[in-house]
Design a binder for this molecule. Structure first.
Ligand code: CP
Length: 309
């Protein structure tokens, strides 16, 4: 795999191999000697993080992962303003120029759906030896978020097969939910429950994919219906930066709503949250969203190591 652009690139054996490699790397990382050894794995390699949209986790997660592996990193936040994009340079020219500095990997977050595909196309057309990682492209996908979500489910529940996953929020514009649904649909006995405002329902392409692969899904009537019997509650925010608004449904997950959930279930959120999960929920052991953030760095270490050969 040269580039990581979308979830559909990963089949089940590839996912299992990635998760085993991440478990091994993670065990090493937890010991001082292992942490030192890991710093030699990608020594001398160079990663660029080019972000046209804001980020807290993805950019720091990739840069931390890279530096723990001994890579050098260079980054720009808000590339829309702080790169020559503001002077009118195309994404294609920017990527082609950055490739002249011999990075091994470019992690790209772009505001337009298809941005990562365009970057990968330039790399391939000019035969650059550079991998593009899609760190979110508009309303498109965020495949490494989905990989870390899936890895978190495996670590927390001990399995990915035979689970019910409730997905709430802005299902129309949330790129993390799209990438996650594509990945989960590859596992046996996974059932989906969707709960979203009327105007923010899951797009027809994903629904068609679930029907084609005979993956069961249903829409929940309310929060109680969505949470009772679920194994994973995947909460997301309304994507106001993409023009979304919610005036129809209160999707706040607070302590009273947590009572609907089973012992042994988990709550995930790609973060950032706004007000859709009350901070009082953070103390519940089923709230796994900050453990999920740490898993992000671990899975990205594993991906970078794989791409660096
Ligand atoms: N989950 C996620 O993509 O977070 P950031 O926008 O902070 O990178």
């Amino acid at each position: 795999m040269k580039h990581i652009l979308r979830s559909q690139q990963f089949d089940r054996p590839a996912l299992e191999k990635l998760f085993s490699a991440t478990d091994e790397l993670s065990a090493l990382y937890e010991t001082p000697a292992g942490k030192r050894d890991i710093r030699k794995l990608c020594e001398g390699k160079l990663l660029f993080a080019v972000f046209y949209e804001p980020s807290t986790r993805t950019r720091f997660s990739f840069c931390s992962a890279a530096q723990h592996l001994g890579m050098m990193t260079l980054q720009t936040e808000n590339a829309k303003e702080f790169s020559s994009a503001i002077k009118g340079e195309t994404l294609e020219d920017s990527i082609n120029a950055l490739c002249q500095y011999d990075p091994d990997i470019i992690v790209l977050r772009h505001h337009e759906t298809g941005g990562a595909d365009r970057a990968a196309a330039v790399v391939d057309r000019f035969d650059h030896n550079v991998s593009i990682i899609n760190a979110g492209d508009g309303k498109g996908q965020h495949p490494t978020q989905a990989l870390l979500d899936l890895y978190t489910i495996k670590r927390e529940l001990g399995r990915i097969d035979d689970i019910t996953v409730t997905v709430t929020g802005d299902l129309a514009n949330g790129r993390t939910v799209k990438s996650l649904v594509y990945l989960l649909a590859k596992f046996k006995g996974v059932k989906f429950v969707f709960l979203s405002p009327e105007n923010l329902k899951m797009e027809e392409g994903i629904i068609g994919h679930l029907r084609e692969h005979e993956v069961p899904f249903r829409e929940a009537r309310n929060l109680e219906d969505a949470l009772t019997d679920t194994d994973v509650a995947y909460w997301t925010r309304i994507q106001t930066e993409r023009g979304s608004s919610n005036t129809t449904l209160d999707l706040t997950l607070g302590v009273p709503q947590m009572k609907f959930m089973k012992e042994g279930s988990i709550v995930l959120h790609p973060l950032p949250r706004v007000n859709e999960i009350a901070k009082e929920v953070d103390g519940d052991k089923r709230a796994a969203y900050f453990r999920q953030v740490r898993n992000g760095m671990l899975i990205r270490m594993s991906l970078l190591r794989e791409l660096c050969g």
